[in-house]
Design a protein around this ligand. Structure first.
Ligand code: ADP
Ligand code: MG
Length: 249
C-alpha cells in the first residue's frame, strides 16, 4: 500500500473525459513523477488530490484516509502540500515575511497580520522561519524584496513555504516550467536535498525529462486521461508506447 492510493478515478468536463479510470499508487518516501502530453489530465489529477475538484467516481486515499469531499485546507492539514504552476508568493513582502505566513497559518488556523506583532510566540515563529530559510540556503536573502528575485529563488522560497508546514506529501505541478536551465538545476538540487534530509513523499508533474530523470524513482505516463504505463525511469526511457505517445516518435 502506498501513502497515496488513487483508484478508478473518473472526471468529465461536459463531453470530455479528462480522467478515465486512473489508478495510481505512490510509495511512502519515494519521488513519483507523472508525465504526459499537454491535455493528458495531469493538472486535473492534481486538483483532485488537493480537493479542488471532486471526481465523478473513484477513491483517493492518503495514509488510509479518504481525501474526497474534504476542503483544500483540510487536505493540507492531513499533510498534503502543493506547489502551484506559477509561483504564489507575495512580491511586495520580503523573503522572511513570506516565510512567516504559512507558519502563522499552521499555528493559528488562520493568518492574522496582527499576530506578528505583540504575541508571546512572535520570536518563536520568526526563529522557525529563519531556520527554514537556512535550510533553503536563503538566510542571507531574508530581507530581499521577493518580487526582485530570480525565478529559481522564487520557486525555492515557495517550496520552502510548503515545507515549513512539514507536509508528508509534497505535490508539484511543473515546478520548472518557463525556467532558464540554471534555475531548473537549482530547483532539482533543492528537491534532491529535500528527499535526502526529510521523511517526505514527492509527487511531481513535469514536462522536462531532465528534471524527471534526475529525481523520480517511478514514473506514471498519462495519455488522454488514463495511465499508459508505470515503471522505473530506465524502463520508461525505452518503452515504445511512451516514445510514441509522449516523445512523438
Ligand atoms: P494537463 O495538465 O495534462 O495539460 P489538464 O488536466 O489541464 O491537462 O486538462 C485535461 C483536459 O481537460 C484538457 O483537454 C483540458 O482542456 C480539459 N479541462 C481541464 N480543466 C477543465 C475545466 N475546468 N473545464 C473544462 N475542461 C477542462
Ligand atoms: Mg497542466
Amino acid at each position: 500500500m502506498g501513502i497515496l492510493e488513487v483508484k478508478d478515478v473518473n472526471k468529465r468536463f461536459g463531453g470530455l473525459q479528462a480522467l478515465g479510470n486512473v489508478n495510481l499508487s505512490v510509495a511512502e518516501n519515494s519521488c513519483h513523477a507523472i508525465i504526459g502530453p499537454n491535455g493528458a489530465g495531469k493538472s486535473t489529477l492534481l486538483n483532485v488530490l488537493i480537493g479542488k475538484l471532486i471526481p465523478d467516481t473513484g477513491s483517493v486515499m492518503f495514509d488510509g484516509q479518504s481525501v474526497l469531499g474534504r476542503k483544500p485546507y483540510e487536505i493540507n492539514q492531513m499533510g498534503i502540500s502543493r506547489v502551484f504552476q506559477t509561483p504564489e508568493i507575495f512580491g511586495d513582502l520580503t523573503v522572511l515575511e513570506n516565510m512567516l505566513i504559512p507558519i502563522f497559518a499552521s499555528r493559528d488556523g488562520a493568518f492574522r497580520m496582527h499576530a506578528i506583532e505583540n504575541t508571546t510566540s512572535e520570536k518563536e515563529v520568526i526563529e522557525q522561519a529563519e531556520h527554514m530559510l537556512e535550510e533553503l540556503g536563503m538566510a542571507d536573502k531574508r530581507h530581499f524584496h521577493s518580487a526582485s528575485m530570480s525565478r529559481g529563488d522564487k520557486r525555492r522560497l515557495e517550496i520552502g513555504m510548503c515545507l515549513s508546514q512539514n507536509p508528508r506529501l509534497l505535490l508539484l505541478d511543473e515546478p520548472t516550467a518557463g525556467m532558464a536551465r540554471a534555475d531548473t538545476n537549482n530547483t532539482i538540487d533543492l528537491l534532491k536535498q529535500i528527499k535526502e534530509e526529510r521523511d517526505i513523499t514527492i509527487a511531481i508533474i513535469e514536462h522536462d525529462m531532465h528534471v524527471v530523470f534526475s529525481l523520480a524513482e517511478r514514473i506514471t505516463v498519462l495519455a488522454q486521461g488514463s495511465p499508459l504505463v508505470e515503471d522505473t525511469p530506465d524502463k520508461i526511457k525505452g518503452h515504445p508506447k511512451v516514445r510514441e505517445a509522449y516523445l512523438g516518435e
